[in-house]
Ligand binder design. Structure first.
Ligand code: NAD
Ligand code: MG
Length: 365
């Protein structure tokens, strides 16, 4: 029996993880459940899975994340934001494997986290990165030339660029292929999610950013591809359903069928096209800010967090994300040029950048 702690159990990834555990009850056991605030939903889960520990971050503080992993073999990290950064590092230091859905942890603290991998393993629960791992493993010994990171393009891919200023939160929340939490769904609409995934791939697979290319693939059937130096390209395909990467992270490849296979009598077209960065400049942000200063990815992420919050409240136009984020990254450039990436610096400067972005959007600065 593998003992699983789920951090962020009430969210989209958290509940799908519980479904994977339900279907693999002979191999996986829930030992702890942590959520942020929806206590009723958490208590329902506690009733069904009977974990030895459960907690609410909003009540007990972040310490409950560390308490939750004490008896676990693997921690599924499905919280949002950088709340679980310390806990991820704690797990890796203490021989507890991590199944990481939360990409912000790698975007902000990738060098700290990857340095700790060894005693414990880090598995990715992001469909693209899970797919890249499989492509690389399938050509054991093959030399990677490029990662081709696929993107659906989100709900506004075919919109006229001039109409983007007027799109509504409800439209942004209607993703064509995936059902996910609201933050990542909005990030998919701006394609900021893809820029986070570029950095996530950089840290997981150790390739420079110019070897990671975004390819738009509207159907979300090919979950990413890897181009090798001999000219071959491997792709991994599956119906868009996160339970597959979750099961692979928890149980490896030889497991039972967890999602429906692709029906090629119904699948009409698979298309691939370059990313339109003029229309979706947020997709390009990581390439633009990564080398500016060590904490630039953190500041970029903090500014985006606030943009999402303001957009969902109807207080920020969709086409103002890019300029807001670049302004915030630029604002901190001189004071952060020599500030290194440490857990404390990430947490401290994330707060400062969020406050600054809020003031900027409220017209206070
Ligand atoms: P969600 O909003 O559905 O759920 C988030 C979970 O985190 C909930 O349990 C909630 O209680 C908790 N939470 C809320 N606010 C929090 C805070 N301030 N600090 C800590 N925890 C908080 O989100 P989700 O879609 O499940 O995504 C979770 C993470 O997984 C994100 O980092 C996302 O980028 C990543 N991810 C999600 C998907 C997906 O399909 N949903 C795919 C790949 C990666
Ligand atoms: Mg993804």
């Amino acid at each position: 029996m593998k003992k699983v702690a789920i951090l962020g159990s009430t969210g989209s990834i958290g509940t799908q993880t519980l479904d994977v555990i339900r279907k693999n009850a002979d191999k996986l056991q829930v030992v702890s459940l942590v959520a942020f605030s929806r206590e009723e939903k958490l208590l329902e889960q506690v009733k069904e899975f009977n974990p030895s520990y459960y907690g609410l971050i909003s009540k007990s503080g972040e310490q409950c994340l560390i308490e939750a992993v004490q008896d676990a073999d693997v921690a599924v990290v499905a919280t949002i934001g950088i709340t679980a950064l310390k806990c991820v590092i704690y797990c890796l230091e203490n021989g507890i494997d991590v199944a990481l859905a939360n990409k912000e942890t790698l975007v902000c603290g990738g060098e700290l986290v990857m340095y700790k991998v060894g005693k414990a393993k880090l598995y990715t629960i992001d469909s693209e990165h899970c797919s890249i791992s499989q492509c690389i493993a399938s050509r054991d010994g093959g030399k990677v030339n490029k990662i081709l990171l696929t993107a659906s393009g989100g709900p506004f891919w075919n919109c006229d660029v001039n109409s983007l200023c007027a799109v509504t939160p409800a439209e942004a929340l209607a993703h064509p292929n995936w059902s996910m939490g609201s933050k990542i769904t909005v990030d998919s609409a701006t394609m900021f999610n893809k820029t986070l995934e570029v950095l996530e791939a950089h840290w997981l697979f150790g390739l420079p950013l110019d070897k990671i290319q975004i390819v738009v693939h509207r159907q979300s059937i090919v979950h990413s591809m890897v181009s090798f130096t001999d000219g071959s390209v491997m792709a991994q395909m599956a119906m868009p359903d996160m339970r597959l990467p979750i099961q692979i992270a928890l149980l490896g490849n030889g497991s039972q069928q967890i999602i429906a296979p692709i029906d090629f009598t119904k699948l009409v077209n698979l298309t691939f096209q370059p990313c339109d960065v003029d229309k979706f400049p947020c997709a390009n942000l990581s390439y633009e800010v990564f080398d500016k200063y060590p904490l630039a990815p953190t500041i970029m992420n903090s500014a985006n967090d606030v943009c999402v919050e303001f957009f969902l409240k109807g207080k920020l136009a969709f086409d103002k994300y890019y300029s807001t984020i670049t302004n915030v990254v630029e604002h901190f450039a001189s004071q952060l040029c020599n500030v290194s990436v440490t857990v404390d610096n990430i947490i401290n400067w994330d707060k400062q950048a969020q406050t600054f972005t809020k003031n900027l959007l409220n017209g206070v600065v």
